[in-house]
Design a protein around this ligand. Sequence first.
Ligand SMILES: Nc1nc2c(ncn2[C@@H]2O[C@H](COP(=O)(O)OP(=O)(O)OP(=O)(O)O)[C@@H](O)[C@H]2O)c(=O)[nH]1
Length: 379
Amino acid sequence: MAAHKRVTVYVLSGFLGSGKTTLLTKAIDHFTEAGRKPAVIMNEIGEVNLDGQLIANEVPMSELLGGCICCSSRGDLATALKELVTEEQPDLIFIESTGIANPMEIIDEVTDASLILPVELKAVITVVDAPQLLELSRTSRGKTYRLMQEQIRCANLLLLNKADLLQEAALQEVDALVREWNPYASVHYTVFSQIDMRLIEILEEEQGQEQHLAAKHNDKKNNAQHNVNHHHEDHHDADSAHDIQRATHSSKDHDPHESRNKLHHDHDHDHAHDSRHHHSHNHVMAYTHFFERAVDSNAFEEFVSKLPQEVYRAKGILSFSDTSSRFLFQYAYREMDFVKITPKGDVPDVAVFIGENFSKDAVRTKLLKLESLSEIAAK
Ligand SMILES: Nc1nc2c(ncn2[C@@H]2O[C@H](COP(=O)(O)OP(=O)(O)OP(=O)(O)O)[C@@H](O)[C@H]2O)c(=O)[nH]1
């Protein structure tokens, strides 16, 4: 297949609620207006694709739901890429990863797929929730912080988003932090992921290999800094996307489990007992609640405002007992947002709650109570 026929692939990375979908909708509008055909692979931790509601119907979309790409069985992403390429012939594919995905694993999967499919990974674009990163850098520095760090290190283009919520001095503090982790990416302050789309177009024109070189350099730099224990030096010595592909290719001749080991990184030592899955986000959990009846909007808002700190992301589509329209509800890093929506297709009233070690039962019990209160009020 001729090299120029390859479909450009961009990976959109960034922690939960940082602004990836906000960027995606803008990028789709831009490229569509420019006469290009974008397609989307959307990965969601929850069982329903709520972000997909924001993507126009005519944009081809493949959904990987109910888990994170980098945890799902190897091949799901390649299958989705293959289907889109053969059935839709797009010019570009955006892969929106879940906010808890480690982009290195997705880079591996896409470069692996590019051996057999006419696709080329051009860049990783990471959206950073600037206020959240700043707070974590000053306080907890736990697993979420480390995951954000990995997402930042892999990027070719970095958006320091939610700049509206920070003063200039604070933004500069975040800027210095991310540049220390990733001196190769271009860094831009954004509000609602508003960026000059030429910055994304430029990435398409550049050599994919050089892009990955940057990512790999950062990967190495981090290895040195944080003493991450990589078991398979052969892979980590690879200096370019080409080398990544070669490593992938050669390992295919062997036991598939072994090849997965070779390709993947041991980012989290808490889970070293599982030889095939080394993820920095095993601590993250999701609860999906399907509503049986509409709840009161004020009571729901109050419930969300009192969610435990461990729940750091929630979203849903809801009917309220006191409003006529349905709403897309968003909650990210303590900010709440409700937008009127007419859902595409037959979507139930549903909300997904994502966080770290929170009690799903407690969230469920409170929501059931809200439902029963509105039932009593209706009588
Ligand atoms: N104040 C403020 N809010 C923003 C900004 N960008 C996005 N948001 C809001 O943050 C919430 C999450 O945005 P999304 O684009 O859905 O984030 P995401 O990264 O796709 O979220 P996940 O898919 O759950 O990981 C939404 O309510 C957005 O409206 C910003 O620059 N400033």
